[in-house]
Design a protein around this ligand. Sequence first.
Ligand code: PHE
Length: 348
Amino acid sequence: MTELASKLDDVTQRFAAAVDRANDEQALESVRVAYLGRNGEVTAVRRAIGALPPGERPEAGRVINDAVAAMERRLQAAHGELESRAFDAELAASIDVTFPSIRRPAGSIHPVRRIIEESCAYFVRHGFAVVVGPEAEPDYYTFDALNIPSDHPAREGFDSFWISDTLLLRPHTSPMQIRTMQQHRPPIAIVAPGKCFRRDAVDARHLFQFHQVEGLLVAEGINFGHLKGMLTGLCRELFGAQQNVRFRPSYFPFTEPSAEVDTTCPKCKGTGLLGSQSCNMCGGSAWIELGGAGMVHPSVLTEVGYDPDRYSGWAFGFGVERLGLTRYEVDDIRRFTKSDPNFLAQLS
Ligand code: PHE
């Protein structure tokens, strides 16, 4: 019996060492066959029972069975360990926690909106209110009240989308001058951004739907110098501290005098030159056109019930997409309508 026990001891010790060495399923299976298989080492020990006195045989069988059960548990544990090691290796191979994460594409403020917001912020800082109004307007606000009666040739300059005989998509934001003045007594100071519509053929510099920013200041003692000062400030806000403005005589029925407003070309810094070439932004003229402006016409003040002998005011209207062409050095105004994420990301 002691001989059998020490033999069993030897077998289980060598078995344990072999299991520890086995580092894959195949090696483990070979160990199982070598020790617990039909012709394995344990079977050889079991055969030795026959040589024992009959009284010792049951005890010897029990000891061997216990040893076999322990060996089988050991094998089971080794299987589990190999499996979890394989799983860890797979994880390590497929997940790299130091790998940089994917950057989610973030949107940005559209350049048209940005220019509107910055323009409004500038005027709000100077005490102006922001007002918005309808995009479909009666002809009264669009034309008649702005000193453009129905037979006036200036109407042809506003080739409009008419909804009915008297209702149209506004071709400018100037109707907001009338709406504001009819609702408030002077002094008033407003900025009115919004969408406008004209039946223009679309090309690199024209859209049939675009945005304007309108400004209006009416109070006692307002003069053209105030207009020039505010617009110079606006251009410096949008294009940089070096900007200047100039006024060219022009005509609008609702302002007198009227002017087209230009600002120094921000690309060539008002020189008209880029190196030895003429500037491709301003065509070498050194100036960029922004829009119209002027002193509010006395007929308009009278129409809204303001006394033109007591009050005076200035107004201007700028095209936002046109400002965008210059500010962002864009070659084609249609880009502002295309929502191309690559284009927008470049400008943000
Ligand atoms: N409403 C004019 C236009 O769209 C611009 C303008 C506004 C001119 C205010 C003078 C004063 O062309």
